[in-house]
Ligand binder design. Structure first.
Ligand SMILES: Nc1ncnc2c1ncn2[C@@H]1O[C@H](COP(=O)(O)OP(=O)(O)OP(=O)(O)O)[C@@H](O)[C@H]1O
Length: 366
């Protein structure tokens, strides 16, 4: 992204309806039966925030609460300093791109896009002129007269995005924006969407369970699990320093929690791990699966301190690598080549020794 973005959260507003700061300032509390969402979200204009989390974490509920489609049980929702809680959804300066786009099948691409401005009071001619300009900007001028069934998935997505942007929203919401596309289209659409989001001057919030979409599209990740924010930060921060098992799996790291005393981290459940760092107190230790070396027998004369006796639980192919899932002294994932896996005779139940160099681990305060 070429444009610098603000990392400052909006300042605390002084009262409902008082204009105090630009951007989004929300605490979304929503009860849905036994499930409670309680998520705080702030973003400055120009920020693209991805809500990331496993199935049932509450991402869609959060997005629907931002759109005004589900009421808040508690909390607040302010956009550019104005309380939205009591503004009806159709009057909010909010644009939504739904997962399956929800284009009107009987309207042309142009009229689908014109629908947004029309609903906000623009004249028919003005709405259509604005829609034509947006379609042009999206590279869809040639498809203005096409009905949605004649559009490809990627084109339909751009029409939906144009429809949302044509109302000049101050908050753009995207629900799983790439989920409806096949893998090849996804790549192209992801790149395009990234460019459009980079040009967008207000706040954009997208929901996804795909870490790649989140990392490519967003400036900041907000990871939600069980209705709560468990971690947030830039994609690089989150990837480097995961704080939950879900995030660690997402970014492909082994993650443990323990207490550090210099380079040694004594794990809460398991052995000690020697790291290259010097910390004191509660700490996380992480290392990638390809930092693990497996041996069929205890390596003779090995001085490696991070050496654990394990057993293979499962094997999975990842491209030209094999991911071994191990249990034992330290449960971990290890990546090795197919050749190495064959030479070691890896199969579920096989005993192995797993070694990791201290310099390949990463420790950070918990
Ligand atoms: N209409 C509803 N009534 C009651 N509970 C609901 C309703 N919709 C969702 N829930 C519950 O709210 C919780 C959060 O669901 P939500 O769809 O927000 O999660 P999500 O993170 O978007 O998941 P997914 O990635 O599977 O879409 C779930 O436990 C779900 O069962």
């Amino acid at each position: 992204m070429t444009r610098p973005r603000s990392t400052t959260a909006p300042t605390e507003p002084t009262g409902a309806g008082t204009r105090t700061a630009d951007g989004l300032d929300a605490r979304l509390v929503v009860d849905r039966g036994a499930f409670r969402l309680d998520v705080a979200l702030t973003a400055a204009p120009g920020d693209v925030v991805a809500l990331l989390g496993p199935n049932g974490a509450g991402k869609t509920t959060a997005l629907r609460a931002l759109a005004g489609l589900v009421p808040l049980t508690d909390g607040h929702l302010r956009l550019d300093g104005v309380a939205l809680d009591r503004t009806p959804p159709e009057s909010r300066p909010v644009g939504v791109v739904f997962q399956d786009y929800l284009l009107f099948p009987h309207l042309t691409a142009l009229d689908n896009v014109a629908f947004g401005p029309r609903c906000r009071g623009a004249s028919k001619a003005d709405a259509r002129a604005r829609a034509a300009a947006w379609l042009d900007r999206m590279g869809l001028a040639d498809h203005a007269g096409a009905k949605p069934r004649r559009l490809s998935g990627g084109q339909a997505q751009r029409v939906a995005l144009a429809r949302a942007l044509a109302t000049h929203p101050r908050l753009l919401l995207l629900d799983e924006p790439l989920a409806a596309l096949d893998a090849r289209t996804r790549l192209e659409v992801r790149g395009r969407l990234r460019r459009h989001l980079a040009e967008f001057e207000a706040v954009a919030v997208l929901v996804t369970h795909d870490p790649l979409d989140a990392m490519v599209l967003a400036d900041r990740l907000v990871v939600v699990e069980h209705g709560r924010v468990v971690q947030e930060g830039t994609p690089a921060d989150v990837a480097r320093r995961p704080r939950t098992d879900y995030v660690a799996r997402l970014v492909g790291l082994n993650l443990y929690r323990g207490r550090a005393d210099g380079p040694t981290v004594r794990l809460d459940a398991g052995p000690a791990v020697t790291t290259g760092e010097d910390l004191t107190g509660p700490a996380f230790v992480a290392f990638p699966p390809d930092a693990v070396t497996l041996y069929g027998e205890r390596p003779a004369g090995s001085s490696a301190r991070n050496l654990w006796r394990c057993e293979v639980v499962g094997l999975e192919t990842h491209g030209d690598r094999i991911r071994a899932d191990l249990t034992g002294e330290l449960p971990l994932a290890a990546d090795l080549t197919t050749v190495a896996a064959a030479e070691l005779g890896l199969r579920p139940g096989a005993p192995v020794w797993a070694a990791v160099k201290a310099t390949q681990t990463h420790a950070y305060p918990a």
